[in-house]
Design a protein around this ligand. Structure first.
Ligand SMILES: Nc1nc2c(ncn2[C@@H]2O[C@H](COP(=O)(O)OP(=O)(O)OP(=O)(O)O)[C@@H](O)[C@H]2O)c(=O)[nH]1
Ligand SMILES: [Mg+2]
Length: 400
């Protein structure tokens, strides 16, 4: 069995992965200096997908598996259908890629989409918690006397799926991406590229790049410099494609020229997953499991994990010694979030009371004027009664 669905906060260790042979994605091409280490130990590589609900995260994961691994039947546990069901909890799928002498234990973490609610401010909390928890678990294991068999689920690449609106990043995208970018190698991805025209896609990409820069969002940037000119050119090519536009599909369709490809069929033709003219799926897949896997692993270890570790050490040094270091930082974040929420709620209540007060005052004024009117009416009636008695008495006295 390859997939497990533990709760977001409690990730149960998944069962051992079944070995699968890759379709030749070139793990053997990992840079030489790291070659031996990887060959000896094998690499643990973890990718996470996240983004708004329904943008195609699960379909992308399935596409990645079916296009990368020769025996998708082993992954039958996943919903490989055209329209996968809504992901409701963090889902972990493990597979083992093997090429020549190299083994890569690939873990893909699919997350539930957010953006369904009016207030999505806290939408990314489970994902951020998951990322921090993996660093924390690893750090605690590292501090143990025996570190053999340590479970390492630190996320090496987090693909953030952007809705293909054709405009720009939403405030929610910006907020979530900022939080993710400071913790993990963040790779922005434009979902459902087949729904945009090439011109709109190019414009959309540029808008996203501009916002990323203006908002100072930390995204993964691969090293461009290399002794080898071809590698440098390839890296520049990859960087220019960011944010990667992808098409997801596990369906085999027939093109006009008779090729059977993974793609999406339209009346005007086929949008092909693995066609560089149609989308950047191949570039992204190559970056992940071929050309930059090692860089993603190294930067996670050296930058993101190290940042986390240092922050925790600082907190431990200056924080309350009775409190666990991670908890200190987490409590601080939670406290800030709670304080913000509390202030907001107080403000909301205040404005509710003010409106209520306003309503009561205008009701009071209305009743006052009604009372005055009624008073005037009473006086009028009293006059009428007086004049009635007066007339009756006059008539009586005349009769007498
Ligand atoms: N046109 C188009 N549709 C896509 C693409 N990828 C996925 N879809 C469709 O979008 C719908 C949602 O896809 P999912 O993969 O379930 O989306 P998700 O992001 O996992 O959704 P949640 O699990 O709810 O967060 C399905 O009907 C897919 O067939 C794509 O590249 N192009
Ligand atoms: Mg899903």
């Amino acid at each position: 069995m390859l997939s497990v669905s533990p709760s977001p906060n409690e990730v149960a260790p998944p069962p051992p992965p079944a070995p699968i042979t890759s379709t030749g994605t070139g793990i053997a091409n990992l840079p030489n200096q790291r070659h031996k280490i990887v060959a000896k130990n094998g690499a643990n590589f973890t990718v996470m997908v996240c983004g708004e609900s329904g943008v195609g995260k699960t379909t992308f994961v399935n596409t990645l598996f079916t296009s990368t691994i020769k025996e998708p039947k082993i992954l039958a546990k996943r919903h490989m259908t055209k329209n996968p069901p809504k992901t409701v909890q963090i889902q972990i799928t493990k597979a083992e890629l093997e090429e020549k002498m190299f083994k890569v234990k690939l873990t893909i973490i699919d997350t539930p989409g957010f953006g369904d609610y009016v207030n999505n401010r806290y939408a990314s909390i489970p994902i951020v918690d998951f990322l921090d928890d993996q660093h924390e678990k690893y750090m605690r294991q590292e501090q143990q006397p025996c570190r053999k068999g340590a479970v390492d689920m630190r996320v090496h690449a987090c693909l953030y799926f952007i809705k293909p609106t054709g405009h720009t990043l939403t405030p929610l995208d910006i907020e979530v991406m900022k939080r993710l970018g400071s913790r993990v190698n963040l790779i922005p991805v434009i979902a459902k590229a087949d729904t945009l025209t090439p011109a709109n896609l190019a414009k959309f990409k540029q808008n996203i790049r501009d916002v990323i820069q203006a908002q100072n969002i930390q995204v993964y940037s691969c090293p461009i410099e290399s002794d080898d000119e071809t590698t440098s050119r390839r890296n520049i090519n990859i960087m220019n494609a960011m944010p990667f536009a992808v098409i997801g599909s596990t369906q085999d369709v027939l093109t006009a020229d008779g090729r059977k490809v993974k793609g999406r069929e339209y009346s005007w033709g086929v949008a092909e997953v693995e066609n560089d003219e149609h989308c950047d799926f191949k570039k992204l897949r190559s970056l992940l499991i071929r050309t930059h896997m090692l860089d993603l692993i190294t930067t996670t270890e050296e930058n993101h994990y190290e940042n986390y570790r240092q922050t925790q050490m600082e907190t431990r040094k200056f924080g309350d010694p009775r409190t666990q270091p991670n908890e200190n930082a987490k409590f601080k974040e939670e406290e800030d979030a709670l304080r913000k929420r509390f202030t907001e709620q107080v403000k909301n209540e205040e404005s509710r009371f003010r409106m209520w007060e306003q309503r009561l005052l205008s009701e009071r004024d209305r009743l006052h004027s009604e009372l005055e009117q009624q008073g005037r009416r009473v006086t009028e009636l009293q006059h009428e009664i007086d004049s009635f008695y007066y007339q009756r008495d006059t008539v009586k006295s005349i009769r007498k």
